[in-house]
Design a protein around this ligand. Structure first.
Ligand code: UT7
Length: 322
């Protein structure tokens, strides 16, 4: 049986800070509304950096933290809904920017659950015996898709990247990863691609923005978070008390609070950094895990569940021992 573990983590944030007060320049809103409804105080936004730039910086830190040689990395998976190009993918560009061997690289899109999907895939690929050491990244420049005239969405999102190196282990540390999706409710949270153009007409396509039915996504999120946690515990014959911490996708502090209440889990053990960064989609989970480790909220030997949900709809969770 091949086991896997987290070898190192890293994250990167663009330096420009956009506060709730700054947003009042674009939409009718208030710091009070945003903080009380979401927990967000400020977020980071890119000015001249792309998703690959953020992914690169986070990856450098994760690789250094893991202490692995570049030539040891034999798989790169990047979760993103905001790649710099339709192609080549962010993962593809990362391979050369980082100076990795000519290994398999691919991007995946599972919206805010993307990092859990990437972890699931890379973990299973290593456990199959075919790969040894994977770099997995969640990187987003969501503010590029933000409609700055829509107060329902523009106050929520931020830009960031988080990275993780995982590899083979003598002990069973990445214990379980599960993911799910349903596509029949795609109108709840969507950003449409440019429409197909008839070459006879050859119009220039216009990029869409993020559209969200917030209250319905909220309902889904508060149902799927506890369910995913309970599914993971049940599959692994564990109970909530066996966990030292939980790291949920940072979409809304109220969603995390409600999930904790429904699970009867202490908010003291729920990691929170949404106030500083907003919802960074697939970067949210690896950014939060990295920050939890670096601030010693998570320590070696700790058992935690990380869980996410997002557009699609999609969801995922992982049970990990550090
Ligand atoms: O990664 C997954 C992605 N998304 C999510 O997880 C989002 C899930 N949903 C949410 O987090 C919440 O639904 C929101 C934060 C998006 C909205 O909070 P809410 O408590 O569900 O507010 P609401 O949409 O029901 O709106 C309440 C009121 C409305 O005014 P009226 O119709 O009651 O007069 C909105 O127009 O608040 C208004 N509103 C705002 N007011 C000030 C909506 N956005 C704003 C705003 N500033 N930014």
């Amino acid at each position: 049986m091949i086991y896997t573990k987290i070898m190192g983590t890293g994250s990167y944030l663009p330096s420009k800070v956009l506060t709730n007060k700054d947003l009042k320049r674009y939409v009718e809103t208030s710091d009070e509304w945003i903080q009380s409804r979401t927990g967000i105080k400020e977020r980071r936004i890119v000015t001249d950096e792309g998703t690959t730039d953020l992914a690169y910086e986070a990856s450098l830190k994760a690789i250094e933290d893991a202490g692995v040689n570049l030539e040891d990395i034999d798989l790169v998976v990047v979760a993103t809904v905001t790649p710099d190009n339709y192609f080549p993918g962010v993962s593809n560009l990362l391979q050369s920017r980082l100076g990795l061997k000519e290994v398999m690289t691919f991007d995946i899109n599972a919206a805010c659950s993307g990092f859990l999907y990437a972890l699931n895939i890379a973990d299973k690929m290593i456990k199959s015996g075919a790969y040894n050491t994977a770099l997995i990244v969640g990187a987003e420049t969501l503010t590029r898709l933000t409609d700055w005239r829509d107060r329902n969405t523009c106050v929520l999102f931020g830009d960031a990247a988080g990275a993780m190196v995982i590899g083979k282990s003598s002990e069973n540390k990445i214990k379980d990863v599960i993911c799910g999706s349903r596509g029949d409710v795609d109108d709840l949270l969507i950003c449409e691609n440019v429409s197909i153009k008839d070459p006879e007409v050859n119009e220039v396509g216009r990029q869409d923005h993020i559209h969200m039915k917030g209250a319905e996504v909220f309902k889904f999120a508060t149902r799927i978070l506890p369910k995913t946690v309970n599914d993971l515990l049940e599959r692994n014959n564990m109970v909530l008390d066996d966990l030292d911490h939980m790291v949920a996708h940072q979409a809304n502090e109220r969603i995390i609070t409600k999930a904790a209440k429904d699970l009867n889990y202490s908010m003291d053990k729920m990691f929170l950094n949404i106030h500083k960064y907003g919802n960074t989609s697939s970067a949210s989970v690896p950014l939060a895990i990295d920050e939890a480790i670096k601030t010693k909220a998570l320590n070696k030997g700790d058992k935690f569940i990380t869980v996410a949900f997002g557009g699609g709809l999609t969801w995922g969770g992982a049970l990990i021992e550090l």
